[in-house]
Design a binder for this molecule. Structure first.
Ligand code: ARG
Length: 263
């Protein structure tokens, strides 16, 4: 491993799976999930997670890293099968997943939100009763839709897509009346690819109940993203948590945040 720049050691030179900090960190991720992980028009991988990975691995731990595209629905089994070392995929920390993986400290707060077509007559959550909503398979958005379905005593249809782009396309095409998904990813679609065609469902919700700075759109949940590790990878997880704390302290995290969320 190269020097770390922070005076700490980076494990052995072998690059084998057993290293505390590998020479090259292979990261499982479902792409595209804009603005967290996506390709630019020229085919370059970019996004908030990608820049955070660069800061943690290249700058703090002195290792290289690479993203390995993986279906989100099978991403935890894939991690357990050693297809990659960690998951960075805008992944929400929750109890069910924590039975199977260990998470880093939280690095991002997100909400489940609902978007509909601009000309839709759906104005409130209750208007979704009896309708069909689109979600990405295996996500907390799918969980939130399932939750809503129970609130409606089963009167909600879920169409599940392998990738979030499939759900967005189905919304534009009219196959679903709404998409339930992470706020910043929905916002990216509302403001860019789907501009003028889709809007957020307004209202209060989980974010307002949890405290300050609630957005003006409906929030179904409050969630935190974490980096996921195999349960036998404690030493590496510790090193990554230290690196995460370091980039939060030295301003790098804020710079990256501003680039994607205050532009
Ligand atoms: N935050 C949500 C979850 O953990 C959605 C994540 C989807 N990520 C992705 N890269 N497609 O379920």
């Amino acid at each position: 491993a190269e020097g770390t720049g922070d005076g700490t050691e980076t494990g052995t030179e072998s690059g084998s799976e057993g290293d505390v900090v590998p020479d090259n960190v292979v990261i499982g991720s479902d792409i595209p999930y804009r603005p967290f992980e996506y390709e630019t028009t020229s085919g370059e991988l970019t996004g908030f997670d990608v820049d955070i990975a660069k800061a943690i691995f290249e700058e703090q731990l002195g290792t290289s890293y690479e993203f390995k595209p993986t279906s989100f629905d099978s991403i935890i089994p894939s991690l357990k099968n050693n297809n990659f070392r960690i998951i960075m995929s805008a992944m929400t920390i929750n109890d069910e997943r924590a039975k199977q993986v260990d998470f880093s400290d939280p690095y991002f707060t997100a909400y489940q939100t609902v978007i509909v077509r601009q000309d839709s007559d759906i104005q409130t959550k209750e208007d979704l009763r009896g309708k069909t909503v689109g979600v990405q398979k295996g996500t907390t958005g799918a969980d939130a839709a399932q939750q809503l379905k129970s609130e409606f005593n089963g009167e909600l249809e879920l169409n599940q897509y392998d990738q979030v782009t499939g759900a967005f396309q189905a919304l534009i095409n009219g196959q679903v009346v709404a998409v339930i998904n992470d706020n910043t990813v929905n916002a990216e679609f509302v403001n860019n690819q789907g501009e003028g065609q889709v809007r957020f469902l307004k209202g209060e919700g989980a974010a307002a109940e949890s405290g300050e700075n609630a957005p003006d759109y409906l929030t179904l949940t409050v969630e935190n993203y974490g980096i996921a590790f195999r349960q036998d990878d404690d030493e590496f997880r510790k090193r990554v948590n230290e690196a995460l704390a370091a980039i939060q302290e030295n301003g790098t995290y804020d710079e990256i945040y501003a680039e994607y969320f205050e532009g």
